[in-house]
Structure formats: C-alpha cells, structure tokens
Write a protein that binds this ligand. Structure first.
Ligand SMILES: C[S@@+](CC[C@H](N)C(=O)[O-])C[C@H]1O[C@@H](n2cnc3c(N)ncnc32)[C@H](O)[C@@H]1O
Length: 398
C-alpha cells in the first residue's frame, strides 16, 4: 500500500505491517497505536510469488521483481486521485526507471561503531551493518568500498553524491570535528574520490549547520535529459538522473510555450533550463542558497540568459506575475496554503505540477480543480525502484 506498509484486517483492528507484500501470509509482532495496530514481519509463511530473492537495504520496502512493482506504483497514484482528489482520471502509464538496480547517485549511511557502513532501522536508533548496496550507481560502489574499510568511527554519517556523466563521486563526512577529517579526506581523494566536504551534525538537519570543504572538487557535472547541471554533496538534486531526465523532457513538451514561466521550488533550475527552450523568460524561485549558486553557475556556463534565479520563498510568486505557466516541484509536504493562494491569484493558464508524494499532490490537485483548473495530464514516474516512492508529472489547465 502507499507508504510502504502492508495492510491487514485483524479481529482487533487494522494492522499496518512493515516488510509485508500484498497477499503474503506472515507472522508479525504487533503493538497498539492510537487508531490501529503496527508491526514488523517476523517470519514469512507464504511469500508473494514475485518476491525478489536477493539481499536489499532495509530502505527497499518493495522487494518484488521489477515488472511486478510498476502496476502497484501506478495503483498508488490512481488510488490517491480517487480517494483524495475525488477524481476518476485516465492516468498515462507509469514510466519505468531505465535501471532497476544500481540507479541511485546519492546515498547516506550511518557509521557502525564496529566499523563499516550501516543503515538506521526504520523507526529506531538501532544500526544494521551493510556489506553492499545494490541500489547505488557504479561510481558510488567504489566510494562504498573505500568507506566501508576506513577508520571513521568518530563520524555520525557519510553522504555520497556521484555523477553518471563524470563517473566520479563526492563524499560528505558528517559529525566529529573538521580538523580530524582533513587527512582522511586527502587520502580518499588520492584513492580516487572526486572531493570531500565536512559538515557538523546539526539538530536542524543534514548540511544545515557549518560546512567546510576539505579536499578535491566541490561539484560535479551530471546529465539530466540532455542538460548538464552541477551537483554537490550538500544540496538537492534528483538521485536517478536517467529517470529524471525522461521526466524533464516530457515536462517541457507538455508545458507548451509563451512569454513567461515561473518555476517554484526550483532547486538548481534543471526543469527551468528545459523550459527555457520554450519560453521567452523563465524565473526560478528557490530558497536554498547552495542550489541557487549552482543554478547561477549552470545558467552562465550554458549561456541561458533568459533564465533568472530569485533566492526566496515560493510565496513570492506575486512579484513575477503575470505568467503563462507556473511550474512547481515541492517537497513531500506539497504546496503550503499560502503558495496555493499565490498560484490561484496569479491565474496562470497552465500549472505544471511535479510531485514526489501522490497524497499531497492529490490534495493540491483537488485545491486547484476547486479553483477552476482541470487536470489535463498525469503520468507516474518511477525514480526509486524497490521502494514504494513514486513521482508524478502532471499538467492542469484553466
Ligand atoms: C523536490 S525539490 C525540487 C528541486 C528541483 N525542481 C529539481 O528537480 O531538482 C524541492 C526544492 O524546493 C526547495 N524549497 C523548499 N521549500 C521552499 C520554499 N518555501 N520556497 C522555495 N523553495 C523551497 C528545496 O530547497 C528544494 O530545492
């Protein structure tokens, strides 16, 4: 089901079960929650006929052979539209990921106290050591090998950001003190990693505190749908560049053209660079300064002078109206009430909505349809094989 949990009805109520696939018979340890029961699979008594038999990291909550994952993901988006947006709409078929394994170009791991890399078990502080990660792309495999054997126990986490285009990987070392990491960073670069940054472990979140460059490169070029964009270890970029490239291309095709497009939640403006082929002016609004810095550098390198960045909040859309198109790609929480209001007041002819959460997307589609827009196109995209996550590309028109 959406959220990556199995659903079961029991005599004492509904149970949400981590690790169970639809139709499986499992033995589960259950705990009562406020309105339901929750648990973890202890033993699989009758497995799904398509269950994937090889080892996967604990974040892979959809362990099915790849073709069996796709109809489930299509179903998550359809179900969100019917249940939340109250719409029966003919979704276009899901676009599979070009690679089902070895696709991720970003990953983060905890450091195990006994050495090696580990995952935090879902909803717990316990660490599960991992020997390999079949979901990460080839350039990250080498970084994984190097850091699995390093003596890094003073750190909390390591972050990898690789590039398929350059075949190299940047590493972020998180926690401890920068001065104790400098020598390790230089060795890692000598051993073939592209660059290393250090970041303090901050309660505000990863890379929200002090960040210091330690060795090698600060950024790498990555290809997204024919556009070369800079990526770094500390700011957002899509982690499946081949799948994201397909989405950006289709997004630009369905967006039409016109005088002005405004892109909200723009990151480093990769979508904006695609839209710039069809609009006389594109404004990219993004709150994160590192993402804006990367985007400005890309725009200059590519000579796209009619794409401009505004570092600020998406609520500031009103400063850049009128617009023919407003494009949004918000975090999982979707559009805030203020951004929704700003879009409705701006009255663009078209709203291009990219989403990484079908439930909040469906909520916002409902809001936009109530404000006079109609859903004209929607296609699920699979950026995260072997997980329940699914992206949506959609277009609304008024
Ligand atoms: C899902 S990412 C999309 C980035 C970009 N469209 C891409 O595909 O690479 C969401 C982005 O929204 C930015 N963001 C979050 N809240 C924001 C806000 N209130 N106003 C502007 N940008 C925001 C984040 O920094 C992040 O870069």
């Amino acid at each position: 089901m959406p959220g990556g949990l199995g659903l079961a009805r029991t005599p004492t109520g509904t149970a949400l079960v981590r690790g169970a696939l639809p139709g499986e018979v499992v033995r589960v340890g259950l705990r009562p929650r406020k309105n339901h029961l929750e648990g973890q699979v202890l033993e699989i008594l009758q497995a799904h006929p398509e269950r994937y038999p090889e080892a996967l990291p604990p974040t892979a909550d959809l362990p099915l052979y790849y073709p069996a994952q796709l109809p489930l993901k299509q179903g998550f988006v359809h179900e969100a539209l019917v249940r939340i947006a109250k719409l029966e709409f003919p979704l276009s078929p899901i676009q599979p990921s070009p690679d089902a394994l070895n696709y991720r170009t970003a990953a983060q791991y905890a450091l195990h106290p006994l050495g090696g890399l580990a995952y935090r078990k879902p909803n717990s502080h316990e660490l599960a050591k991992i020997e390999q990660d079949p979901l990460i792309a080839p350039p990250l495999q080498e970084a994984f090998r190097l850091l699995s054997h390093g003596a890094l126990s003073s750190l909390d986490e390591v972050v990898f950001r690789g590039s398929l285009y350059e075949g190299r990987t940047l590493v972020g070392l998180i926690g401890g003190e920068a001065r104790f990491c400098r020598r390790t960073a230089q060795t890692l670069v000598q051993e073939g990693l592209a660059g290393v940054v250090w970041a303090e472990a901050s309660p505000k979140g990863r890379f929200r505190g002090r960040v210091q460059h330690l060795a090698g490169e600060r950024g790498l070029l990555e290809e997204y749908g024919g556009v070369l964009s800079t990526v770094d270890a500390q700011s957002f970029a899509q982690v499946n560049p081949k799948a994201a490239g397909l989405l950006y291309r289709e997004a630009a095709q369905i967006a039409g053209g016109g005088e002005r497009a405004v892109e909200l939640y723009a990151g480093s403006g990769v979508l904006g660079l695609h839209l710039a082929e069809r609009f006389c002016e594109v404004i990219a609004i993004e709150i994160n300064k590192d993402a804006v810095r990367r985007g400005e550098a890309d725009r200059e390198r590519l000579g796209v002078s009619h794409l401009r960045f505004h570092r600020g909040d998406s609520r500031e859309l009103y400063t850049f109206t009128p617009a023919d198109l407003v494009a949004v790609d918000p975090p999982r929480s979707g559009l805030s009430a203020e951004v929704m209001q700003a879009i409705v007041q701006a009255r663009p002819k078209r709203v291009l909505y990219l989403s990484c959460d079908p439930a909040t997307w469906a909520r916002d589609v409902r809001g936009l349809t109530q404000a006079g827009y109609r859903l004209a196109f929607a296609r699920p995209y699979d950026f995260y094989p072997f997980t329940h996550h699914v992206e949506v590309l959609s277009l609304l028109e008024r």
